[in-house]
Design a protein around this ligand. Structure first.
Ligand code: HDE
Length: 753
């Protein structure tokens, strides 16, 4: 009444509750750039640069700035209420009949709180349960209207907001990040013409060719049903039983056993649409297309021993890495490249482009760069955004269409269907993170948790009572399915070329470097050695004989069995492939921009180390965009040889060596002695060395290298480019050499004897 009397709105606090004081809103009088306005490329780069300088997401680039603001809740300065908005006087004590008496059923505040809590969890995704997301934008370089009318791709400079979720596939929501697994790379484009979801993976092929087999594949890889083990791992009998009976999986197994399955970072992996899609232009002409995301920082991986150790020390390794990079303003970036080819060209290929177990080699169809993806804002709330986001392979927009890939067909059905269980009904598209930026008008009504309040009486079409609205957009503006000819018998079967299960598995293996091949052999050996049924191991090796007798031999040796006869092939006549070696398939072809940005370096410290050198290296790393962290026997202050104080923010116990990309060992006799006496130092250094990382030993710390038995040279006898020794005299050039060695990611020559 007071508020009304004062002429204030009745609920004056409402805007505050929904984040209207959000610091990211533009200042009064300044409007937000409309999403549909196509800014020119030059103004965009300027704006994006200033966005980098501020380290803050900018309006117009993120769907979240405007559209999610209405649902953001900031409780700063607000009093506690029930869900009905009733102020709560006491949130610590339940209502009782007497201080020592029974709690009363009447206590609606207690009951509301507990009841809500009881229902806080929703079912996790059946696959890809564990993931991490971020907001960002896609910027089109030139526009390719000759190929597609899709809103994000048709005009140069166009900015489309996106939300991206990365994930592992097999593990449960709380499992580790560094499991050997495929990674999901799902991008939701909030386009002017509705949402387009490019729901891809970090590997360009898949295990199976037909959606019919997907539940079997997932049942086989998930923990075994009787004892629910192992978690987030394919190294068990049921998985290898299934895939060894399914030779079409061989190509994907090569990727899965390669270092691609243990990425260094979500920011350092490729993404692929996997299926062949169709692009359709304004005139209705169509071409085929494959989508590729290439990270600016390069494609880099962990080593298996490293991944295993990280999963214990930091199960959130990839989640933390993504979060911290974005918080630091080091926005992850990818280039979108398309392989574009005609249907006629595809007909002539030695493989079938409708078969998701096949790539189109880049030597056959090169990539056309079309734009860049930048992730520049972390979610405000994991559940509301990352957990509730619902990707769907069926979400396409005018200009993008499907092909007859039978795996894709199943996905078009599956994703909406699964959300109905996971998100509790058919209105999940209204959840703020899923709601399109484009307007939604149709006659779908009601259902659980409906948010929209539809006005008017006509909820059908055609109608006259609603003025005929909403009306059909028509062929010029609405989504038109590409009119592909379809006059065939109904059959259950597959085309001839699908029967070639091994040619591209061979191509992949033979395109790897010797180190990469050795890692693949080691991964097969490890996984198969975890199978308890000898026949499963043997059958898998028998299948590998068809892909690579050399690999089969190495794996058989590792398992202590003779190489079995090759599995019978489905295809009698071997295929004559266009490409027999593809450098693009090796990680060595993807170093990225050659920078050391965001790399983490451990600088070991203890009382009495030469502090000035450490500070100089830390500053030099920072200037290159890398992070040098002081790691001590414990956290806290240390006295340097110069009498200054340095603060270690990590210890060898809480941040073990394998969590860092490189290591600097300090000079200073007293400090080196203390480190030498510490129980963790030797293992810290050994892990760094064994995982192929760059190590710089300054002055006196050469003894620490010797104590950790770090070899003086490579197995080949050459000097190790990743083990550097620095003195006061060559200090400057040593730092330069250190940064250059770090930029190489790893030094695999250590592994080859
Ligand atoms: Fe998925 N997949 N999938 N998948 N998939 C799901 O949808 C499915 C496939 C992929 O971050 C589910 O919302 C079928 C290929 C990603 O939320 C489900 C088939 C590729 C994500 C589903 C496939 C993917 C999913 C589970 C074979 C790469 C996570 C939860 C016909 C191109 C998206 C959900 C996110 C998630 C079904 C095969 C990628 C059950 C039936 C091939 C990145 O609908």
């Amino acid at each position: 009444a007071q508020a009304l009397a004062a002429g204030m709105p009745f609920n004056a606090n409402k805007p505050l509750e929904h984040g209207m004081d959000n610091a990211l809103r533009p200042p009064a009088g300044q409007t937000v750039q409309p999403l549909s306005s196509a800014a020119t490329a030059s103004t965009l780069s300027e704006e994006i640069n200033s966005e980098k300088a501020g380290g803050m997401a900018m309006p117009g680039l993120n769907a979240t700035i405007e559209s999610l603001d209405r649902v953001r809740v900031d409780s700063g300065g607000q009093r506690l209420t029930t869900n009905q908005g009733v102020p709560i006087a006491d949130n610590q004590n339940s209502l009782k009949a007497g201080l020592r008496g029974p709690a009363l059923l009447e206590d609606f505040i207690l009951r509301e709180k507990i009841t809500h809590f009881d229902h806080e969890r929703i079912p996790e995704r059946i696959v890809h349960a564990r993931g991490s997301g971020a907001h960002g934008y896609f910027e089109c370089y030139e526009g390719i209207p000759q190929f597609t009318k899709a809103a994000p791709l048709r005009e140069g400079g166009k900015i489309t907001p996106v939300f991206v979720r990365f994930s592992t596939v097999a593990g449960e929501r709380g499992s580790k990040d560094t499991a050997r697994d495929v990674r999901g790379f799902a991008v939701k484009f909030y386009t002017d013409e509705g949402n387009w979801d490019l729901v891809g993976n970090n590997m360009p092929v898949f295990f199976i060719q037909d959606a019919m087999k997907f539940p079997d594949l997932v049942h086989a890889v998930k923990p075994e049903p009787h004892h629910q083990m192992p978690q987030a791992a394919s190294a068990h009998d049921t998985f290898w039983d299934f895939v060894s009976l399914m030779p079409e999986s061989t190509h994907m197994l090569m990727w899965h056993m390669s270092d691609r399955a243990i990425p260094r970072s979500y920011r350092m992996m490729q993404g692929f649409g996997v299926h062949t899609f169709r692009l359709v232009n304004e005139a209705g002409d169509s071409v085929f297309c494959k989508f590729h995301w290439s990270p600016v920082l390069g494609t880099h991986s962990l080593m298996w021993d490293e991944a295993v150790k990280i999963s214990g020390a930091d199960p959130d390794f990839h989640r933390r890495d993504l979060w911290e990079a974005i918080e630091a303003g080091e926005f992850p970036e990818w280039e979108l490249g398309l392989q574009i080819f005609t249907e006629e060209e595809a007909e002539a290929f030695s493989f079938d482009v409708l078969d998701a177990t096949k790539i189109v080699p880049e030597e056959l169809v090169p990539l056309t760069p079309v734009g860049r993806l930048v992730l520049n804002r972390n979610p405000d709330n994991f559940f509301a955004e990352t957990e509730q986001v619902a990707f769907c392979a069926a979400h396409v927009v005018p200009g993008i269409d499907f092909t007859n890939d039978p795996l894709l067909a199943g996905r078009i059905h599956s994703y909406v269907d699964t959300q109905i269980t996971r998100l509790g009904g058919p209105n999940f598209h209204e959840l703020p993170i899923n709601a399109p930026m484009a307007q939604v008008h149709n006659n779908q009504r009601d259902g659980m948790h409906r948010q929209a309040i539809h006005r008017g009486r006509a909820a059908y079409e055609p109608n006259s009572l609603g003025g005929g609205c909403p009306f059909q957009a028509g062929a010029s503006a609405g989504f038109m399915t590409f009119p592909q000819r379809a006059e065939q018998d109904k059959v259950r079967g597959k085309p001839e070329k699908f029967a070639d299960h091994y040619t591209q598995a061979t191509l992949f293996f033979e395109s790897q470097t010797p180190t990469e091949q050795a890692h693949i052999a080691a991964a097969f050996r490890f996984e198969l050695s975890k199978c308890t049924v000898p026949a499963v191991r043997e059958r898998m090796v028998a299948s590998l004989v068809n892909a690579s007798p050399l690999l089969a031999q190495q794996v058989a040796d590792g398992l202590g069995i003779p190489v079995p006869p090759a599995l019978p092939r489905a295809l009698a006549q071997p295929v004559n492939p266009e490409v027999t070696h593809s450098h693009a398939l090796s990680l060595t072809a993807r170093p990225g921009d050659g920078s050391v940005r965001t790399r983490k370096v451990a600088l070991l410290v203890a009382d009495g180390v030469q502090g000035e050198q450490i500070a100089a290296i830390q500053a030099a790393l920072l200037a290159e965009g890398a992070v040098g962290r002081l790691v001590g026997p414990r956290i806290g202050p240390f006295r340097t040889a110069e009498g200054e104080t340095m603060e270690a923010d990590a210890s060898m116990e809480n941040e073990p060596g394998f969590l860092f990309d490189a290591l600097v060992l300090p000079d200073g006799a007293e400090g080196v002695e203390l480190l030498s006496a510490h129980a963790y130092t030797e293992q810290f250094i050994k892990d760094q060395y064994q995982h192929g990382k760059t190590i710089l030993a300054l002055g006196a710390s050469a003894t620490l290298l010797a104590e950790a038995k770090i070899p003086e040279t490579l197995p080949s006898g050459d000097a190790d480019p990743g083990v550097l020794r620095g003195t006061a005299e060559n200090f400057e050039s040593t730092i330069e050499a250190f940064v250059a060695a770090l930029a190489r990611h790893r030094h695999p020559a250590r592994e080859i004897g």
